[in-house]
Design a protein around this ligand. Structure first.
Ligand code: BTN
Length: 326
């Protein structure tokens, strides 16, 4: 009920009368007043004006499921939203509930991760309550091979949503980091449970540095936040919802063909590596080249200095700019 109340308050430009709310929920004025009181206790600023009604004035920066669901306009993704105050990792949690049969599209969000995971076995450490930590559980009916491309879709969804929400020019650093002013603001970790020809589930986890004010030591050289780039704080829930809505669209396009034929040009338009020199680091081999972006398989096409063109797959290599992270 509180989710619906929030949605009505948020989507009505003018005041919503107590009477309208009573009719909408089929409850007494006292019950409406109590619900409004509960929202106020949770940090929502709601103005109540005699003979006019209620109006939402300020929303706290919370990632509660009611805050997320009251903003969400997707077809199916995120309709089940689980908010955890503290968890080891939202990816681990999503995998656990996937094993127990949770629905495709379930979204897991957390205020705090005690053992957040990054790519290649690294850890992902992020302060509590200021950044986005969330994971989507999916059960695509596609071959397991192309599933890692979903990571690139999430990078696109994140970069586009950051642009829409902040007006800042977010770019993707291949394959799936999102960068602002040359600093990493977002990381994505996709994990899968599959048989040779069948996917049980895929979890796509994303961490975004949203309202973080500073970074310790060495990290400050390569990591940034939306706050540091924009100079003001934004609603994490608004950004998270935008990402889910955008990802849903990209995912629907992707599962039709299992490749990126309809999406790779859009990806390349946001890829910071395009037209630049890159240094490719493979196990036991480092070389430089130039890239114009990815192909429909999501591989980075690199023209090596010796003239040979190679298509590199995200799994084993890392790509950096010649003079630093990008
Ligand atoms: C990277 O190394 O760049 C990937 C970082 C992914 C972090 C996110 S935070 C939410 C989800 N849960 C995790 O444990 N990791 C991902």
């Amino acid at each position: 009920m509180k989710t619906k109340l929030l949605r009505i308050l948020r989507e009505t430009k003018e005041y919503v009368s107590g009477q309208q709310l009573c009719e909408c929920f089929g409850v007494s004025r006292t019950a409406v007043w109590k619900m409004i009181g509960q929202l106020k206790e949770e940090g929502y600023e709601i103005e109540a004006v005699k003979n006019r009604g209620y109006r939402i004035v300020n929303t706290p920066d919370v990632m509660s499921s009611q805050e997320i669901l009251s903003r969400l306009h997707s077809e199916w993704m995120g309709h089940k939203c689980i908010h955890l105050t503290s968890i080891d990792s939202t990816n681990n949690y999503a995998r656990k509930i996937a094993e127990e049969g949770a629905l495709a599209g379930t979204l897991v969000v957390a205020d705090e991760q005690t053992a957040g995971k990054g790519r290649r076995g690294r850890s992902w450490e992020t302060p509590d309550h200021v950044n986005i930590m969330m994971t989507l559980l999916l059960r695509p009916r596609i071959h397991p091979g192309p599933a890692p491309r979903m990571t690139l879709l999430m990078a696109m969804a994140a970069a586009q949503s950051i642009r829409a929400e902040t007006g800042l020019e977010a770019f993707i650093k291949w394959p799936n980091d999102v960068v602002l002013n040359g600093k990493k603001v977002c990381g994505i970790l996709t994990e899968m449970s599959a048989e040779v020809d069948y996917i049980n589930y895929v979890v796509v986890g994303i961490g975004i540095n949203v309202n973080q004010e500073s970074f310790p030591g060495e990290l400050a050289r390569t990591a940034g936040s939306l706050y540091l780039a924009l100079g003001k704080k934004i609603s994490r829930a608004a950004l998270a919802v935008r990402i889910v809505e955008r990802f849903e669209k990209l995912y629907e396009t992707f599962v039709k063909t299992e490749d990126l034929r309809e999406l790779y040009e859009e990806y390349n338009g946001m890829c910071i590596n395009c037209g630049r020199q890159v240094q490719v680091r493979e196990p036991g081999n480092v070389y430089t080249g130039t890239t114009d972006g990815i192909n429909e398989k999501g591989e980075l096409i690199v023209r090596r200095e010796d003239g040979e063109t190679v298509c590199i797959y995200a799994g084993e290599v890392s790509v950096r700019g010649l003079y630093g992270y990008v």
